[in-house]
Write a protein that binds this ligand. Structure first.
Ligand code: HCR
Length: 385
C-alpha cells in the first residue's frame, strides 16, 4: 500500500515530496524531506565503505602475477558493494537521505594493523557543496596500496524510481616489488532508488561499471530481480586481457549476487567460489580532531553533532535549527570570500580538469566520457611532525 512504511503523520508530506522529485533533476541534496527519511550521517563518511574488508584491500599487494592481482582487485571491489549500497537498509530499515556535507568538511579514520595486513588510513574532504562532491584517499602504506577518487551524483526520476548517475571515478595504485606502480581505473555503477511509493527506499545497481589496468579490462554488469539469475543484486564480471596480453593471460567470468557470494562461471577456475561477504565487516575507527589538530569544527561528526542528535532523538525542531546555523555560517563564509576576492582553499586535494590515467586506461574499455576531471591528492596526511 502507498506510504505503508511512512509514519501516518508524515504521509502527506511524503506524497508532496514524491511529487516534487518527479520534477527535479540534478542533485537531491537540497530537497526538503519528511523527518522519517533523514539520516544522521553525512555523505563524507561514505567513502569508508571502500575498506570494510581491509584484509581484501591489503591482499591486493600480496599477489604474484598480474592475473592474480586483477582478480584480487575485482574481489575487493565487489566485496565493498554490500556496504556501499545495502548497509543503511540494514542499520536504519531503509535508504535515508544523508546529511549534505559543507565545503571543507573532513572525515579521517583508520583500520588497524591486524595479522600483518598493515594499517589502512582514510581521509575524506568535501571539495564542493553545490553540487556535492566528495574526494577521498585510502592508503595502506606498508603494503603500498592506495585508492584516490571523488564522487558526485546526477539524479533524475523515471518510472517511479530515482535514477542516480554516479559522476567521478577512483584510481587504485599498487607499488610493485619491481619499483613499478600498477594503476587500476575504477568507474562507478548507476543506481536506481526503488521502493519510494511505499516510503521504504532501497538501492538496485544497473548498467555496467569498469575496472581497467594495462593488462586487463573487467566489465561488471549489474541486474536486479528477473534478469541473469532472477535475483536482486546480481552481477556478472567479465575479465578479458587487454589488447596485446591475450596470449599470456586468462579470461574469467564471475557471477553471483554482490551482497552475498559469487563464483567463477567460465575460465580455468570455473565452479570455484569468488567472493563471500556473508561474514562480518570492519567499520572504520573515526579519528577526531586530536590527530590533525586542525580539523576543528569541520570534522564531520563534530560539525553535525547537534543535528544528528536531533534526528536520532526525534527532536526535529532542534535538528532543523542546528542545520540552519550550519547553512547560515556557510552562506556568510561564501559572501565574505566573494567580498575579499578569495576562494576556500582545499586542504588535501587540487582540482584538475582532466585525468591522464582515466584517459589512457578508459580507452581500453571504450568508456565514456573519454575524459573526466579529478582531485589530485596532495599526500599531506597525516601531518608530518
Ligand atoms: C544516492 C545517495 C547519495 C549518494 C550515495 C553514494 C553514491 C555516495 C558514494 C558512495 O561510495 C556510495 C553511495 C552510496 C549511497 O547509497 C548513495 C546515496 C543513497 C541515497 C542518497 C540519496 C541522495 C538519498 C535520497 C533519499 C530520498 C529518497 C529521500
Amino acid at each position: 500500500q502507498a506510504g505503508e512504511a511512512v509514519p501516518p503523520a508524515q504521509r502527506s508530506s511524503w506524497a508532496s515530496f514524491l511529487k516534487s522529485i518527479a520534477s527535479v533533476s540534478g542533485d537531491l541534496s537540497s530537497m526538503t524531506c519528511p523527518p522519517f527519511i533523514l539520516s544522521p550521517v553525512s555523505l563524507t563518511e561514505f567513502p569508508a565503505y571502500w575498506c570494510e574488508h581491509p584484509e581484501l584491500f591489503s591482499a591486493i599487494a600480496d599477489q604474484g602475477t598480474e592475473e592474480q592481482r586483477m582478480l584480487a582487485v575485482v574481489k575487493w571491489f565487489i566485496s565493498t558493494l554490500k556496504g556501499q549500497y545495502t548497509s543503511r537498509n540494514e542499520s536504519m530499515g531503509s535508504e535515508k537521505k544523508p546529511l549534505n556535507p559543507v565545503l571543507g568538511e573532513l572525515f579521517y579514520g583508520n583500520w588497524p594493523d591486524v595479522n600483518g595486513r598493515g594499517e589502512t588510513e582514510l581521509l575524506v574532504e568535501q571539495v564542493s557543496h553545490h553540487p556535492p562532491i566528495t574526494a577521498y584517499a585510502i592508503e595502506n602504506k606498508s603494503k603500498g596500496v592506495k585508492l584516490v577518487g571523488h564522487n558526485a551524483q546526477k539524479t533524475s526520476f523515471s518510472g517511479g524510481s530515482i535514477i542516480v548517475k554516479q559522476i567521478g571515478h577512483a584510481t587504485l595504485t599498487i607499488k610493485l616489488p619491481s619499483g613499478d606502480v600498477a594503476e587500476y581505473l575504477i568507474t562507478l555503477p548507476r543506481l536506481r532508488i526503488d521502493g519510494l511509493w511505499y516510503g521504504a527506499p532501497y538501492i538496485e545497481l544497473s548498467e555496467t561499471s569498469w575496472i581497467i589496468c594495462k593488462e586487463y579490462v573487467c566489465a561488471i554488469e549489474y541486474k536486479g530481480k528477473g534478469y541473469f539469475s532472477g535475483k536482486t543484486h546480481s552481477f556478472k564480471a567479465t575479465l578479458t586481457p587487454a589488447p596485446g596480453f591475450g596470449g599470456t593471460l586468462g579470461s574469467h567470468v564471475i557471477e553471483g549476487t554482490w551482497h552475498t557470494t559469487s563464483k567463477f562461471t567460465s575460465g580455468p577456475k570455473t565452479g570455484l567460489e569468488f567472493h563471500n561477504v556473508t561474514g562480518p565487516k570492519e567499520e572504520v575507527t573515526a579519528i577526531g580532531g586530536q590527530t590533525s589538530g586542525e580539523m576543528g569544527e569541520f570534522e564531520t561528526r563534530q560539525l553535525w553533532k547537534q543535528v544528528a542528535k536531533g534526528i536520532r532523538e526525534g527532536d526535529f525542531d532542534m535538528a532543523s535549527r542546528e542545520k540552519s546555523k550550519i547553512e547560515n555560517d556557510q552562506r556568510q563564509r561564501r559572501k565574505d570570500e566573494l567580498a575579499a576576492g578569495t576562494k576556500w582553499p582545499l586542504k588535501h586535494f587540487d582540482h584538475v580538469d582532466s585525468d591522464p590515467t582515466y584517459e589512457r586506461l578508459g580507452k581500453l574499455g571504450k568508456i565514456t566520457p573519454v575524459t573526466e576531471d579529478m582531485y589530485v591528492f596532495k599526500e599531506n596526511w597525516p601531518p608530518v611532525a
